[in-house]
Design a protein around this ligand. Structure first.
Ligand code: F6R
Length: 244
């Protein structure tokens, strides 16, 4: 088992700043770096920090490329709750990244398999993901790779679990409005990233964080596969860190 490099921050805000350090260093070294990005509550402090750092002249996103982890099925890019809209509102519209250099899986593709294959090809054409950002679901999901009997490899369509639908209903008018399916990078896509940066904050993630890195590797805890990735940095806050 390969252990992650672990940075424990005092707060979620500080975790965001530590994660921003990682991106700042990567982009300084490789201005056209390919970032794998995530949505959800966890990366928000990081995105705020990245916006501030570009304004302060510390980061230049003008050559950076980005590929997002996932998108809800059935939501148009301009839908209030689509992940494309989330990325525009919380990051892309505030930095110098070029629109053509940001990709998010389509939730509207008629031929989902073709869309998934093309998504993988686009990432490969960019030379692969240099640093993949991840959050952690309460059931151990990464992207929308839910607990299963096997680790799914490539970008694919998934049915969301009740737990994930429940967790994500906070963003929708009612639970019935939460899409039941999504398109997500696979575990293989994520594991192919040169570097993985996973941020985990909040006491409610403590138990699943412990299972992820200090339990057996098991597709029922999809994130546990990260124990086999050679370059993982875990940034968590004190509330989520499983040890005192
Ligand atoms: C988001 C994603 C999800 C989230 C996870 C945690 O693009 O792929 O795996 O990272 O559900 O969500 P939050 O950060 O809202 O707790």
């Amino acid at each position: 088992m390969i252990h992650p490099r672990i940075l424990v921050a005092a707060t979620a805000e500080e975790a965001g700043a530590l994660a921003a350090n990682e991106f700042e260093a990567l982009i300084a070294k490789k201005p056209a770096a390919v970032l794998g990005l995530a949505t959800g509550s966890t990366p928000l402090p990081l995105y705020r920090e990245l916006i501030a750092r570009e304004k302060a002249g510390k980061i230049d996103f003008s050559r950076v490329r980005s590929a997002n982890l996932d998108e809800y099925k059935g939501l148009a890019p301009d839908h209030e709750q689509s992940y494309r809209k989330f990325m525009q509102d919380n990051l892309f519209d505030h930095i110098s990244i070029k629109p053509e250099n940001t990709i998010v899986p389509s939730g509207l593709a008629e031929d989902v398999e073709k869309e998934c294959d093309e998504y993988e090809e686009k990432i490969e054409a960019w030379g692969g993901v240099d640093c993949q950002l991840l959050g952690l679901g309460h059931d151990g999901h990464i992207g929308f790779n839910e607990p299963e009997d096997h680790f799914p490899a490539k970008t694919h369509e998934v049915q969301l679990t009740e737990m994930t639908i429940e967790a994500n209903k906070r963003f929708f008018a009612s639970i019935d409005d939460v899409p039941r399916a999504a398109v997500t990078m696979g575990i293989g896509t994520i594991m192919a990233a040169k570097k993985v940066l996973i941020i985990v904050t909040g006491a409610d993630k403590k138990e699943i964080l412990k299972k992820t890195f200090w339990g057996p590797v098991d597709p029922q805890v999809p994130a546990s596969i990260l124990q086999f990735h050679p370059d993982v940095t875990l940034i968590c806050d004190k509330a989520a860190y499983p040890f005192d």
